[in-house]
Design a protein around this ligand. Structure first.
Ligand code: NAD
Ligand code: G6P
Ligand code: MN
Length: 442
């Protein structure tokens, strides 16, 4: 029998925790549970979440599972088997700054893309390296399954400081795109074997083989995308900004119909359109603060007041299931296929070896086995990716070297930025706004 597992959630107070626990409990046969530990630097959020998760455990008949919330890394990590990482250094308030400062200067203002993503990267690297350091100290055998953004930058930074780290970096966007396409166009994505390459939030599908239909259905999906925009179908149903994001997949596919794009490419291919549509005073961070964040707080308050009817009536869908599938695949050596963020090392043969790329990979007891594309990728994608990889690498250099010059080069090279002048203005303003979080740059 599989040993019961201790799972620590770094960023326990995150709005995604209930969805992840929902998925963990659904899969408790493949992932038997001893203990859940919520680790967070914000005690109030973490204690609220403990209340919610405690209620979930009881409701679902798992009251034998131990549950703690703690700010103490020794308690959080000692002897744990898995760390699910989902911290947000600086919180939504700083996400708001990232988005608004960039937009104020006419640039894309986004959580993980453009200069907002770079600002977040310079905050996030320190926080995540700290978490990884604790895991190395207190549970060096544990697997870290990381969702913390911005993923490519985080992955690059962690691998520089801890080569050989037992960490898997994953993004839920490809599974969410597949889930949404299948629901809109009448397929079952659990039959799909997808091939894809790119960087995180920056990639393209090359084939979607349907095992039931026994053919590559990407050509027909491309036609459908071009003729009919998708509706959001998952946990974000009804959310207007996700509706627009999925809609942009049709715009991109119409212009570039050789592949199915990741929706996040809109920020690099059509930054002008994105900025035009944006509300500079009410950005995505505001929507999330007034939506998901508020709802999570309300959930805890309702439980506190005993108004528990319908409180768990949610479905976070693929986000939680994806990370849980990774854990079970390691634990039970299942060799399931995921899209993962890994060092290139030849997976994309004509892209630099040391790029951090997103490609299909199999996951088992020995870790991650990425597959190689074998064929070179086209110049259009390669050119875009090379600039982005270089910009991300310069940003990570800036972090480790405390270099203003490297940060300015990274900001200038970012594909959403038209001029070094505006890159410098935004960088200087972001340095001021991030005093508490960024390393000193000189
Ligand atoms: P959130 O702000 O609601 O939650 C993050 C939690 O992390 C907060 O409770 C905060 O107090 C805590 N935290 C911040 N710094 C910390 C530190 N140094 N140590 C421990 N805890 C810390 O944010 P959210 O919207 O729930 O998102 C959480 C993270 O997951 C973000 O990084 C987000 O970008 C990422 N995310 C990634 C994916 C993906 O596909 N990779 C998908 C969704 C969310
Ligand atoms: C997707 C992406 C994540 C990103 C999230 C933002 O899930 O894969 O990397 O963090 O969207 O969603 P939000 O609702 O916070 O804007
Ligand atoms: Mn992502």
């Amino acid at each position: 029998m599989t040993k019961k597992q201790v799972i620590t959630i770094a960023g326990g107070g995150s709005t995604y925790t209930p969805g992840i626990i929902q998925a963990v409990l659904k899969d408790s046969e493949r992932l038997p549970l001893e203990e859940i530990r919520l680790y967070d630097i914000n005690q109030e959020r973490n204690d609220d979440m403990k209340l919610v998760i405690d209620f979930m455990l009881k409701q679902e008949g798992h009251d034998n599972v131990k549950l703690i919330s703690t700010e103490n890394p020794a308690i959080a990590f000692t002897g744990c088997d898995f760390v699910f990482s989902q911290i947000r250094v600086g919180g939504m308030k700083m996400r708001e700054q990232d988005e608004k400062i960039a937009l104020k200067h006419g640039l894309v203002g986004q959580e993980t893309c453009g200069l907002g993503g770079f600002a977040y990267g310079l905050r996030s690297m320190g926080g995540l390296l700290e978490v990884v350091g604790y895991v190395q100290q207190y549970a060096p055998e544990a697997w870290i399954l990381n969702y913390t953004n911005p993923e490519s930058i985080i992955s690059e930074a962690v691998r520089r400081q801890y080569p050989g780290i037992k960490m898997i970096n994953a993004c839920d966007m490809t599974i969410s795109i597949e889930d949404t396409m299948a629901a809109n166009y009448g397929y079952d994505h659990t039959n799909w074997v997808s091939s894809y390459y790119g960087l995180n939030h920056f990639g393209w599908y090359t084939e979607i083989y349907d095992k039931e239909l026994k053919r590559d259905i990407m050509p027909e999906l491309i036609e459908k995308l071009i003729s009919q925009k998708m509706d959001v179908t998952d946990a974000n149903a009804g959310d207007t900004s996700w509706q627009e994001a999925f809609g942009m997949m049709s715009v991109i596919t119409k212009d570039f119909p050789t592949h199915i794009p990741n929706n996040y490419l809109e920020y690099y291919l059509y930054p002008d359109m994105v900025v035009e549509k944006a509300d500079k005073n009410y950005t995505r961070a505001n929507m999330v603060m007034n939506g998901r964040e508020k709802n999570t707080k309300e959930m805890a308050n309702k439980i506190r007041e005993g108004k528990t009817e319908d409180v768990l009536n949610f479905n976070f869908g693929v986000h939680g299931e994806y990370i849980v599938d990774m854990a079970t695949s390691i634990l039970n050596d299942e060799h399931r296929r995921f899209m993962l963020i890994v060092p290139n090392q030849g997976a994309i043969p004509n892209l630099r070896e040391d790029a951090v790329v997103e490609v299909p990979a199999y996951v088992g007891a020995t870790g991650v086995e990425p597959i190689s594309l074998r064929n070179p990728i086209p110049d259009f994608h390669k050119g875009l990716m090379e600039a982005q990889v270089a910009a991300e690498k310069l940003l990570v250099d800036a972090y480790f070297e405390g270099s203003y010059q490297k940060a300015l080069q990274a900001f200038t090279l970012n594909q959403t930025v038209p001029s070094a002048r505006v890159a410098k203005i935004v960088l200087d303003e972001m340095i001021e706004a991030n005093k508490e979080y960024w390393p000193e740059l000189s």
